[in-house]
Write a protein that binds this ligand. Sequence first.
Ligand SMILES: Nc1ncnc2c1ncn2[C@@H]1O[C@H](COP(=O)(O)OP(=O)(O)OP(=O)(O)O)[C@@H](O)[C@H]1O
Length: 216
Amino acid sequence: MAILSIQNISKSYAGTDRKIQVLKACSLELDSGKIHAIVGPSGCGKSTLLMLCGGLIQPDDGQIVMGGKNLLELSPLHRASRVGFVFQRFHLIPYLNVEQNIMASCVARPVEDADARCEELMKRLGLDHRRGHIPARLSAGEQQRVALGRALMNRPSLLVADEPTGNLDEENTALLLDLMRDFTEQGGLVLMATHDSAVAGKADYKYVYQDGVFTR
Ligand SMILES: Nc1ncnc2c1ncn2[C@@H]1O[C@H](COP(=O)(O)OP(=O)(O)OP(=O)(O)O)[C@@H](O)[C@H]1O
């Protein structure tokens, strides 16, 4: 059974003179335990689809069902405990250091082994020597890795990642893909947008944009 079901989603934004129709009755069924990659030209609507799947914006029409429940009917905290989000521009909390930023997702759902989990993530992400640094003192690639740590910290069932390798070198891209693969092997679902064809090639499924919809 698909854990994430995108059903006839349409989404437009208000433009200066007319509305910008981004998605037009787009439907996808995404299985857990897999990495799903969304590809398409800049501005086609990848981030829009991801934000819809994370429950961060509302569709004009259609619905998104996760684990049998309408995503928008979950409380924001419940949603945040099930969905980890890596934003294209990271959105780290500027006054918290690396360790505190990763720990921040425990607000949505307490993590029993929080200290050990955070340690493990920092090590795997190559961040343990930067644990005390605030985001302004980190490189873009380091910030991106902190964002992934934060998204995975409370063991969500869905990881939504917008251009998660955009600032990473080859070595760190491989490291990130390894972490994503571990996550799916434990039953998680990864939905990511990427411009990197090598990264998309590592996904189990790829969805390409055409005329308002993404199709496999
Ligand atoms: N809040 C908004 N208000 C108005 N238009 C918006 C808004 N957000 C996005 N858009 C427009 O919707 C379209 C899709 O944007 P989106 O960010 O989803 O594309 P994308 O495929 O993720 O692009 P990129 O690859 O450059 O990140 C673009 O034309 C964009 O200008």
